[in-house]
Design a protein around this ligand. Sequence first.
Ligand code: BQZ
Length: 658
Amino acid sequence: SLCAVMASSALADKMPVEQSMSTLEYELLSRGDLWTYKKLDGYSEAPFLNDLVKAGKLPPVEERLPAEPLVMKTMAMSDGIGVYGGVFRHVIGGRPEGWNWLAGQHQGWGGINMAVQECLVRNGPLWQVKAEEQSGPLPNLAKSWEWSEDRTELTMHLVEGVKWSDGDPFDTEDIRFWWEDNVLDENVASRLPKGGLGDGTTLEVIDAYTFKFTFTKPQGPEILKSLAYIQGCPGPAHALKAKHPKYNKDASYQEYRNAMPADAVPPAVLGAWVPVRHKADELVILRRNPFYWKTDEAGNQLPYLNEMHFKLTTWSDRTTQAVAGTGDFSNMENPGNYVEALKQTLSADAPVKANFGPRVLSWRLEFNFSETNGVQDEVDAELRKFFRNKDFRVAVSHALDRQAIGQSVARGPFMYPYSGGFSSGSPYYDYDSTVYYPYDLAKANAMLDALGLKDTDGNGIRNMPGTGADLEIDMMTDRQQVTDKKQADAVILMLAEAGIRVLIRNVDVIDTASKSGDFNMLIRRKEWNLPTRETCYQLPIANSCPSRHLPGSDGSRNLMDFEVEMVDAYNTILSSWDAVEAAEAAKTIQRLWTENAYTIGTVQAPAALLVNKRIKNAHPGTPVNMFEWAEDGVVRERLWTPKDQQLKELLPGTIAEY
Ligand code: BQZ
């Protein structure tokens, strides 16, 4: 696969963007081939759990499982049914904010959020499904659903008898709490944005396992994809209600958000592993959830692996440790490491396997389009006027030499020009709908001149016609992201050539720092591969997003026409029952986005998935990021390690104690 990457580089100088790179050949399945829900003749469990049952510390496995558990099919497993035991070692750059994901807290990313959260539906493993069956998500906590004739009502059925990791039943009270007291509560920063399922949508509980959404207009299968990770994941109502201001008059919303602090382990979760130790800046240890509600076809309760670690270091250390064999997994996404990492993984005795996929990682500049929010003085106000002017954005795009930006990150073939919108590796990307404004400094300068931006005081920086101020723009940059910083440095030099001065403003976690819209420009990696995935980072689908176009204090904002058209096209994707129509709508977004230089794409890169060779069932076709990140796509509950290769557990024989 290194050769494929190298070969495609010859084209890179000539073409702005290219079709997806082909990856490994493997058989695509029908959705029903991945998993089903059914009662099996008998069940088995990890031997140490059986000891706990005998000691009277746990109910028998049949009683812990739902009547009809989710059953993972053998035909979808690349190495087949597994054996119990062992450890899976993750390394991450994030730090858990806390366990209250309902209130918007993250757990440190890199697969730890996804280890504890389970969601109504699931997108990650869709890569294993035939293209013609990819519309709509896969079932998960919701095992099935039906639409009313006019498609304004959607009834969903939960798996019956699922339990939280502390044994408390999971049912529609958890769904009601998620919806009413988090998604609908304006004071809670829910991951599903207010209005994210359409304005006026209601949820009604029918019985303990059935609930119904009612929409104000007909909807379609794609809207359901927004109920997968990270937006449709219920939290433990039984643990959280007492800390929510609606149920506890003494509690504040700030207290609610911190209701499950990172140190308060174990939280009650539905995920396959439960956090049982957190040592700040060092390690989180998770142990298997004895109440996990999934099995394999032989009736073995999942997961196979007993313990999971998240070492808390840096994102680039994740790759270093995976290559060295001291970590088990990495989405290799720092192209500066690629050559060295690949060299090492190619040797026969390397501990890790690398699978390269298409270009799904993309970086971009974002301008703030708000006329009011974050505007501190008349200079900001004038800047925003230019940001909202298409010619200004196109001029900036022409001022960027993307080949050089790419080479500043990593020599060689890895980085590729990117003009915005979907990454070229996304199933929704369309080459013909992509407009590219290539490097042309003379044109950039002429366009800026024509906008009245001239260097009137002879200091080499253009002046703005209104305030007369230098055309000086602050650019928020994440200080932990090496790749972003290198690009930022290149952008500064290039925009200086066009008479624009850029000042770096370093922050720690850019997604958090930029949330309130307090910036004029930023640079970050923010790929868009699936229309419904965290759309709030991309389009103004709700008043609370995106951070680059927030309303002012009066609650209003002035969307540009093409933004409104993109939101319309997005709504078509949500409501359509015709895959061709949905694909056309995605093309419309791609065209409007790139033609208008909505964001200024810089470069895109392929990513490689590194998994330790000890780990079985890590299907070689697993993409780093297609419908979701690989931690979801690889289906960790079905990973296993042969007995003789299992690593020693740090907390053998134990489970979370409440
Ligand atoms: C993958 C991912 C799994 C978030 C995060 C992180 C946050 C963003 C994004 C990626 C990390 C890894 O990405 O970089 O490879 O493991 O976690 O969740 O960058 O800052 O806010 O959207 O997913």
